[in-house]
Design a protein around this ligand. Structure first.
Ligand code: DX5
Ligand code: ZN
Length: 228
């Protein structure tokens, strides 16, 4: 079995993690999607939960996390794009999520819910959309295991990366170093072989990849290329 802590330790932050998103998988066969991710060697599965309110699409909820928990050994990395995400934290944790990330924009009491996630024995992430400045995260960084910088506007796969968002990655990396913190910095949206290099150069250590993963013929070589 996996040990999520090895992915989070400070000394492991130089290790690039790839988290393929099943948003771009065949929605009639998520079981096969996680098998493909497991076989690729990525080690994480990104699950985009959308409620049709915070973002203009509806995807799936905690019952799918429970169903896939039995099918994959990978770390289940849940990205909540829902209003009032605090309502669902315990449900997702009980169903087997290893990391729960919610949007700063969706919850007034971020620190409270980040603490609640950690108290459930799993990892806590906070996400910001392209229009949200990175500075809003400064005071809550000690409470997070992962900062997810959206590099597209959330809600859809297959969009082009917005390059300005990578400046936030650079800034957060600087702050992390100065403060001696150990959260991961993830980018999500428009990541492919080319943009992955830009993201890594900016300081991202965790890359979410949807359409570029599922459209690739040789997923294993794609993952090992992106990990290096
Ligand atoms: C978008 C999601 C992303 C999405 C990325 O709102 O948060 O995780 O799956 O898809 P690509 O890699 O196709 O941009
Ligand atoms: Zn996502």
């Amino acid at each position: 079995m996996y040990d999520i802590n090895i992915f989070i330790k400070v000394k492991e932050l130089n290790k690039i993690i790839i988290s393929p998103s099943i948003l771009s998988a065949d929605f009639s066969d998520f079981g096969s999607a996680v098998s493909q991710i497991d076989a690729s060697g990525a080690g994480w599965v990104h699950m985009d939960v959308m409620d049709g309110s915070f973002v203009p699409n509806i995807t799936f909820g905690h019952h799918l996390v429970r169903a896939l928990r039995g099918r994959t050994k990978s770390i289940i990395d849940v990205h909540l794009m829902v209003v009032q995400p605090g309502r669902f934290i315990k449900k997702f944790a009980d169903c087997g999520a290893d990391i729960i990330t919610f949007h700063y924009e969706s919850e007034v009491h971020s620190q409270k819910f980040l603490t609640e996630i950690r108290d459930l024995g799993i990892k806590a992430g906070i996400a910001i959309a392209p229009s949200t400045p990175y500075m809003v995260l400064e005071d809550i960084l000690p409470y997070i295991d992962l900062a997810l910088i959206m590099t597209v506007n959330p809600g859809f796969g297959g969009q082009a990366l917005i390059p300005e968002c990578l400046k936030k990655v650079e800034k957060l990396k600087e702050i992390r170093e100065k403060a001696g913190l150990n959260f991961r910095i993830s980018v999500d949206g428009g990541i492919n072989e080319q943009t992955a290099e830009q993201a890594k150069k900016a300081g991202a250590d965790t890359l979410v990849i949807g359409s570029a993963f599922f459209s690739h013929q040789d997923k294993k070589s794609l993952i090992s290329k992106l990990q290096n």
